[in-house]
Design a protein around this ligand. Structure first.
Ligand code: FES
Ligand code: FES
Length: 164
């Protein structure tokens, strides 16, 4: 059936069964390759996207469940940042978190990093100045086999300082 979903500020009409995982629609229909398939069981976080300002796992979210709501993927983070900052007329090339990820050389294989960035964006919208403990608590549930956790904490703190 035809469903209209809003992703990164644009409406898209997609043809999918209502129970199709949102992840499949994002990757296969809209060709957004930020969210990754990892476990498919809401256990790893690789598929994370924002529903409004909150992180969800797109591998276990039926596409019909997000009709009428706003989805942001990794590709849409700069636009979301511009939208939430009154001083930004146009979207920057990178969200401050993405720039901080580069500056701190966070990614190794990169597979988990979509979910890490999405969860970090969720955190900084709720708590612009998180402590190390608050960062660890917020990022709990996102798994990185390469062990980039320390670099992620540094990058989130760097981005928070930039955004202050
Ligand atoms: S692929 Fe969705 S949480 Fe692992
Ligand atoms: S960077 Fe390789 S799994 Fe996290």
């Amino acid at each position: 059936m035809a469903l209209v979903i809003t992703v990164n500020g644009a409406q898209h009409t997609v043809r999918a069964s209502p129970d199709t995982p949102l992840l499949y629609v994002l990757r296969n229909e809209l060709h957004l390759q930020g969210p990754h398939f990892g476990c498919g069981l809401s256990q790893c976080g690789a598929c994370a996207v924002l529903l409004g300002h909150r992180q969800i796992r797109s591998c276990v979210t039926p596409v019909a469940g997000v009709v009428g709501q706003s989805i942001t993927t990794l590709e849409g983070l700069p636009g979301l940042y511009a939208y939430t900052q009154a001083t930004h007329a146009t979207a920057p090339a990178l969200h401050p978190l993405q720039q901080a990820w580069i500056d701190e050389q966070v990614p190794q294989c990169g597979y988990c990093q979509n979910g890490m960035l999405i969860q970090a964006a969720d955190l900084l919208m709720r708590n612009p100045h998180p402590t190390d403990t608050q960062i660890r608590q917020a990022m709990n549930g996102h798994l990185c086999r390469c062990g980039t956790y320390s670099a992620i904490i540094r990058a989130i703190k760097r981005a928070a300082a930039t955004m202050a």
